[in-house]
Design a protein around this ligand. Structure first.
Ligand SMILES: [Zn+2]
Length: 228
C-alpha cells in the first residue's frame, strides 16, 4: 500500500479514537480502535492510550497473526479480539472495544439487551448478547467475542465491556454510541418496570435494512437465524 494511503488510515484511527473519547465512551488508558488496511494487515491504537495525545505515528501497524510491523509502540493485548473479528469477517473495516459505563453495568450482570428499539435492529442487527466470561488478555477472548457477536455488529463482553464492528470507522463509532444509549435506556427502563420488546411482526423490514446497509457478518452465516 502506498505511503499516502497508510498515512491517511493512521489519521482515521486517531480520529475514531478521539471521537469515542470525546463522546465519553472510553477513559484514558482504556479501550482500543483499529482499522483494516487490507486482507492481512490492520492499524490499531497503542496500549494504554492517552487519547488527547494520540497522533498518527503512535498508531501500531500489525498483521492478523499479531506481529507488529515496523518499530515503535506496542498494541494492547486486547487486540487479539480485534484480530479474531478481522480474520472471521472479511467485510469488517473497523473494530472498537470500550468499557462504557452502562454497557459495563450490564456486562457485570452478564445480561444482554433484548430488542427494545428499532434502531437496535437496523444498526446493530438484533438482540445484543453477552459473551461467556473469559480470563482477561487470553486467546479465548477472540472466539468468545465472535460467538456473542453472532450476525450482529456489537456484543457485550462478560464483566468487561463491549466489542463493536462495522464497514467503516464512521459506522462503527455510530454503533458504539447507539449501543451505549441502548444500555442506558434498558437500564433506566428496568428501574421503572419490565421493559417491553418490539413485536416480532415489526422486525422484518428493519432486518432488511440491517442486511442491506450495515451488516458485516461473513457469508457463511447468511443462512443462520439473526439474534432475535
Ligand atoms: Zn477492555
Amino acid at each position: 500500500m502506498e505511503t499516502d494511503k497508510l498515512e491517511q488510515l493512521r489519521k482515521t484511527v486517531v480520529r475514531g479514537a478521539q471521537e469515542i473519547y470525546n463522546k465519553g465512551l472510553v477513559e484514558d488508558g482504556e479501550g482500543n480502535v483499529s482499522v483494516r488496511i487490507n486482507k492481512n494487515e490492520i492499524l490499531t491504537t497503542p496500549t494504554s492510550t492517552k487519547y488527547s495525545l494520540l497522533s498518527p505515528e503512535l498508531i501500531v501497524h500489525m498483521d492478523l497473526e499479531g506481529n507488529v510491523l515496523g518499530s515503535g509502540k506496542i498494541p494492547s493485548t486486547e487486540v487479539k479480539m480485534h484480530l479474531a473479528v478481522y480474520k472471521d469477517r472479511p467485510k469488517v473495516k473497523c473494530v472498537i472495544h470500550n468499557h462504557s459505563s452502562y454497557i459495563t453495568m450490564l456486562s457485570v450482570l452478564r445480561r444482554g439487551i433484548p430488542i427494545i428499539m428499532e434502531q437496535q435492529l437496523i444498526f446493530l442487527g438484533g438482540e445484543i448478547l453477552c459473551s461467556e466470561i473469559t480470563e482477561a488478555h487470553t486467546e479465548e477472548m477472540g472466539p468468545n467475542a465472535l460467538k456473542a457477536l453472532g450476525r450482529n455488529n456489537a456484543a457485550i463482553l462478560a464483566n468487561h465491556g463491549a466489542i463493536i464492528c462495522g464497514k467503516s470507522v464512521d459506522h462503527t463509532v455510530r454503533f458504539a454510541v447507539i449501543l451505549e444509549k441502548l444500555a442506558k435506556v434498558y437500564w433506566g427502563a428496568l428501574q421503572i418496570g419490565d421493559p417491553l420488546t418490539i413485536p416480532e411482526e415489526n422486525l422484518e423490514e428493519h432486518e432488511k435494512m440491517f442486511n442491506g446497509l450495515f451488516a458485516c457478518y461473513p457469508r457463511k452465516m447468511k443462512s443462520k437465524k439473526p439474534n432475535s
